[in-house]
Write a protein that binds this ligand. Structure first.
Ligand code: F6R
Length: 262
């Protein structure tokens, strides 16, 4: 069972994530970060960048692997996940762009790109901390409902709901949102040593309830986190509103022993 932490706002969640990463990088300067795009991690990246700056953390050897990329979208366009990760993570933190990878969404190489990406993650020694958002339908990465819980990185068809949710990044025009993507599989994500999933707002409440308190099912891909030995789910009150045991989670966090890490 994941640890569920209910916070007041995205900044509080971001601070928890940032502290975890800073502690990791102090111990392992060539740490491997698993990176997500979307709105949910933005405050976390901002807090991390501030800590890196204020505490003079050397991040020159930190490596990164993004979760996913649209298929057939020029990586140079502003909506590509390559550009998004550059804007939101690489530049504010001052990472070496050559050490930060996104899956190759080029249509010529899609057949082999997934396998190559999983191999590159394994060759790097695996992901230390993977940050995750969650879709309103329970997806993580772009593993839509029905994705195998053992899947590796591969091409997927985006659900219509996900394309509608993401139309805000494409001038509000759902027709501009690509229909396919390449995404780390659920099996790939589960190999990371620590998973930190962030969710905010009432729109995520149902997906969070299914993830934490529903059965493990490929129809709620995020429910696979129940299988992970070190998963942390950080939500605000609105995203936690449908959790049956939210009082217990708040109680457990309030009484967490000091020696127990996140
Ligand atoms: C992004 C990703 C997606 C998002 C999810 C939530 O790389 O993998 O799973 O995390 O769609 O998106 P936001 O955070 O924008 O609500």
């Amino acid at each position: 069972m994941a640890e569920i932490i209910i916070v007041d706002n995205e900044d509080e969640a971001g601070e928890l994530y940032a502290r975890c990463v800073i502690d990791l990088v102090r111990n392992r300067p060539d740490a491997v970060l698993g990176l997500a795009t979307g709105s949910s991690p933005l405050a976390a990246y901002r807090h991390l960048a501030r800590h890196v700056r204020d505490e003079h953390i050397d991040v020159s050897r930190v490596r990164g692997f993004a979760l996913d990329e649209y298929a057939g979208l020029d990586p140079a366009t502003s909506q590509s996940y390559r550009s998004t990760i550059t804007r939101t993570v690489v530049q504010p933190l001052g990472l070496d762009p050559h050490l930060v990878h996104t899956p190759d969404g080029g249509t010529d190489t899609l057949a082999t790109a997934g396998r190559d990406y999983d191999r590159a993650i394994a060759d790097a020694g695996g992901v230390d901390i993977q940050i995750l958002g969650i879709g309103t339908d329970g997806h993580i990465g772009f593993n839509e409902p029905g994705s195998s819980l053992a899947s590796g990185t591969r091409i997927k068809t985006l659900a219509e709901q996900t394309r509608k949710d993401n139309a805000r990044f494409f001038d509000g025009d759902v027709d501009k949102v690509p229909t396919h993507c390449i995404t780390q599989g659920i099996g790939t994500i589960l190999k990371a040593r620590h998973l930190i999933l962030l969710a905010f707002g009432a729109g995520k409440a149902e997906a969070i309830a299914e993830t934490c308190e529903g059965g493990i099912s490929s129809f709620c891909p995020a429910s696979a986190l129940q299988l992970h030995p070190h998963a942390t789910i950080i939500v605000d009150g609105a995203a936690a509103s449908r959790l049956r045991h939210k009082d217990y989670y708040a109680y457990a966090f309030a009484h967490k022993p000091q020696w127990q890490e996140l």
